[in-house]
Design a protein around this ligand. Structure first.
Ligand code: ARG
Length: 226
C-alpha cells in the first residue's frame, strides 16, 4: 500500500519466509525473529505504525506484493535483474554468496557446482540457490518450500547436498553438528527490501531508514556540526 494508506491503517505488513536464520526464523516461543525482523521493526517504528509479519512461501512473496497482500518483502531476498523487472528494490543491505552443505564424515566434499553433477541437491524453491544449481546439467534438483525440510532430506541421506546462502548455511551447520560447508560459490549477491513497483514514496522511506542504520554515531555528529 501507499505510505499514507499504511499510516492510516496503522499497520505495516511485511512478508517473509522464516526458515532462513539468522535473518528470519521461528524461535522457542514460536515468534518470528532475526536480523530482517529487526529491520522491519525499525521501519515500522520510524513510520509510527504496528508491525505485522506474514509467513509465506518464498516463491509467493513477489506475487503477494504485486497483489497488495503485503507492503514489503524483507526476506534476505537477493536483488536480481529478473526480480527487479516486477518489483522495486531498496538499496542493498547485506552481501551474500552461495554455499554447498554436505554431511560430515563422508567422502564427498564438492568444491564447485561442477562437482555436484550426477548428485542429488536440495534447494529452496525460487531462490538464487535454486537458480545456480538448476543451470548445471546433470544435477538432480529437489526443491523445497522450507530450508528445514531441505536439511531433513540431507540428514536422511535422500540428497547429497544443500545449496543456500552462506550466512544461513553457517547458522544451520552450527545448529546441526552433522553438516559442514564444503565450499562457497562466489555469486556476489546483495539483499534488498522489496517494494511494489512504482511505490516511490514507500521505497524512498525504506531507503532513508536503511541509510540511517548505516550511519555511525560519528557520522551523525559530522552531519550535525559541519
Ligand atoms: N537470497 C536468496 C534469494 O533471494 C535466498 C533467500 C531466501 N529467503 C528466505 N527468507 N527463505 O533467492
Amino acid at each position: 500500500a501507499s505510505l499514507s494508506k499504511i499510516k492510516e491503517r496503522g499497520i505495516l505488513i511485511v512478508g517473509t519466509e522464516p526458515t532462513f536464520p539468522p535473518f528470519e526464523f521461528v524461535d522457542q516461543n514460536n515468534n518470528i525473529v532475526g536480523f530482517d525482523i529487526d529491520i522491519a521493526k525499525k521501519v515500522a517504528s520510524e513510520l509510527g505504525v504496528e508491525l505485522k509479519i506474514l509467513n509465506l512461501p518464498f516463491d509467493s512473496l513477489i506475487p503477494a506484493i504485486m497483489s497488495d497482500k503485503i507492503d514489503l518483502i524483507i526476506a534476505g531476498m537477493t536483488i536480481t535483474n529478473k526480480r527487479a523487472k516486477v518489483i522495486d528494490f531498496s538499496i542493498p543491505y547485506f552481501n551474500a554468496n552461495q554455499s554447498i552443505v554436505v554431511r560430515k564424515g563422508e567422502n564427498f566434499s564438492p568444491k564447485s557446482l561442477e562437482d555436484l553433477k550426477g548428485k542429488k541437491v536440495a534447494v529452496q524453491l525460487g531462490t538464487t540457490g535454486d537458480l545456480v544449481v538448476s543451470k548445471i546439467k546433470g544435477i538432480k534438483v529437489t526443491r523445497f518450500q522450507k530450508f528445514t525440510d531441505a536439511f531433513l532430506e540431507l540428514q536422511n541421506k535422500r540428497v547429497d547436498a544443500v545449496v543456500l546462502d552462506e550466512a544461513v548455511a553457517n547458522a544451520y551447520v552450527k545448529k546441526f553438528q552433522k553438516f559442514l560447508i564444503s565450499s562457497v560459490i562466489d555469486t556476489g549477491e546483495k539483499y534488498g527490501i522489496g517494494v511494489k513497483k512504482g511505490n516511490k514514496e514507500l521505497l524512498d522511506f525504506v531507503n532513508s531508514v536503511i541509510s540511517n542504520m548505516f550511519k555511525s554515531p560519528y557520522d551523525i555528529l559530522v552531519e550535525k556540526w559541519f
